[in-house]
Design a protein around this ligand. Structure first.
Ligand SMILES: [Zn+2]
Length: 98
């Protein structure tokens, strides 16, 4: 079981209190009306399926109910960092993927 640090509560909690919400840093198009169907479909449905480092959006569903980001290794499940929405990840290269 993972022990996940919630940056809002300031403490580690059990994995069962959290829900993953998918890939982080997906930017909504500024003007959806001007998007082609392909561009809008890309925004809505297409996500990376990374082997290695992955930036993910999580919510502390059974706690403070706030969202935050995690950089996680999808191979080992190791959580490399936790950071707030609006911040950029500091861990961006995967030393295991060479
Ligand atoms: Zn929390």
């Amino acid at each position: 079981m993972l022990s996940i640090y919630c940056p809002h509560c300031g403490e580690h909690r059990e994995e069962e209190e959290f829900h993953p919400k998918g890939q982080a840093h997906i930017v909504r198009p500024l003007d959806p009306e001007s998007c082609s169907d392909k561009e809008w479909g890309q925004y809505l449905y297409f996500r990376k399926n990374t082997r290695g480092l992955h930036h993910e959006l999580w919510v502390h569903a059974a706690g403070c109910r706030k969202f935050f980001n995690i950089t996680r290794d999808t191979v080992s499940y190791e959580i490399r960092e936790v950071y707030l929405i609006g911040e950029q990840p500091s861990v961006t290269s995967d030393r295991a993927q060479s």
